[in-house]
Design a protein. Structure first.
Length: 99
């Protein structure tokens, strides 16, 4: 192995190590998530909505489904809109045999 190849491999491994460490740090250091009681006011000076609260979630991927469930738990009337025939977004493309 030549000097160039050695340096290239070491830099790639060091970069991968830094990437893994950064991903671990980001996964560990999450911003505080605040939960508000059903029907509560989410911001300072906000106003409560009178009557039925309705919301449309566009996209039936993982984020759309989880948002719909969270909003429904908070008392919203949720309509989930998805353009394809199946829910799940990019998760539907995974081959289960690969797991």
């Amino acid at each position: 192995m030549g000097r160039r190849q050695f340096i290239k491999k070491m830099l790639l491994r060091a970069g991968a190590g830094v990437g893994v460490a950064a991903a671990g740090f980001v996964g560990y250091y999450q911003p505080r998530r605040e939960f508000y009681p059903q029907g509560g006011v989410e911001s300072e000076g906000g106003q409560r909505v009178q009557g039925t609260k309705k919301v449309v979630v566009v996209g039936g991927g993982l984020a759309g489904i989880s948002s719909s469930l969270e909003l429904a738990a908070r008392g919203f009337e949720v309509t989930l809109v998805e353009s394809s025939a199946a829910l799940g977004g990019k998760l539907t493309g995974w081959d289960l045999d690969a797991l």
